[in-house]
Design a binder for this molecule. Structure first.
Ligand code: SF4
Ligand code: SF4
Length: 260
């Protein structure tokens, strides 16, 4: 009996730094298992081999920032049975979504000698604003363990087990002393989705919210705590919320409130 064909994996790039794709290559011990279970059909970062679609699992990195990308993502959706966005760029527009708060034409005029050749959209947007997404994996960059969980869940026909609770829970489990309570260091952990293993608090730093808003975050309560008890200025609240996930709805709304 002929062997059953392996499912096809494709990895796509839009506006991004490639860091999330590298997380897959970073799975050194597990990469051969992934290659054994799936055909790596499209992954220009890793191989020149290109197998024709349709693809069973597509991992999409990066945000939509050009008219061409806004068309290309629809073709990828049509070619993909299961589409997973990976990283803050793809799930929230990324750091490049800072343009959303200004006039992007002003930036192109300053940066490029001939800005008339630059075709760019006014806003950097998450892939989910353009096409149906089956699962969003957060982080800047993503956590490679969580990525392997998503691939394994796909192969086994189950839902990925990725937590939506806050970084505070990771802190508590690891016995990390709370930097906000103990030292008055502003920390975005209470409103940020877990996934990093509370990396920054475990080195006595406040969380920078790389994994974006947790499920039902109370961002206004946290920013009130910051301004009233930690004496953080409105400007610094805005700066803290406008990093990797600046355009995530909950962060965007609160940063605009403090800006005004
Ligand atoms: S989410 Fe962060 S690490 Fe991933 S591609 Fe975007 S900027 Fe790079
Ligand atoms: S350090 Fe930050 S993430 Fe950790 S418990 Fe305190 S507020 Fe939460």
């Amino acid at each position: 009996m002929p062997a059953k064909p392996k499912p096809k994996l494709a990895v796509w790039k839009f506006a991004s730094c490639d860091g999330c794709q590298l997380s897959l290559l970073d799975c050194e011990d597990e990469l051969l298992d992934v290659a054994g279970a799936m055909d790596i059909a499209y992954f220009p970062e890793a191989t020149r081999t290109v197998l024709e679609g349709p693809y069973d699992l597509s991992l999409v990195e990066g945000s939509i920032t050009t008219p061409h990308d806004a068309e290309r993502i629809h073709q990828i959706r049509r070619d993909s049975r299961f589409l997973v966005t990976i990283g803050a760029c793809a799930t929230a527009g990324g750091i490049q979504a800072l343009r959303n708060f200004k006039d992007v034409r002003e930036f192109t005029r300053i940066v490029y000698a001939c800005p008339e050749y630059i075709e760019t959209l006014r806003r950097s947007t998450a892939v989910a604003e353009h096409v149906r997404v089956d699962f969003e994996l957060r982080g800047c960059p993503i956590n490679k363990r969580q990525l392997l969980e998503v691939i394994s869940a796909y192969l086994n026909g189950r839902k990925p087990l990725v937590p939506t609770y806050s970084v505070c829970q990771e802190c508590k489990r690891q016995g990390v002393v709370c930097v906000m309570v103990a030292h008055g260091t502003p920390c975005l952990g209470p409103v940020t989705q877990a996934g990093c293993g509370a990396l920054c608090p475990s080195y006595n730093r406040g969380c920078y919210a790389c994994f974006g808003p947790k499920e039902t975050p109370n961002v206004s309560s946290l920013s009130r705590w910051w301004t009233e008890r930690l004496d953080v200025s409105d400007l610094n609240v805005v700066r803290s919320l406008r990093t990797f996930n600046a355009a995530a709805t909950e962060f965007e709304k609160e940063s605009i409130r403090h800006e005004h």
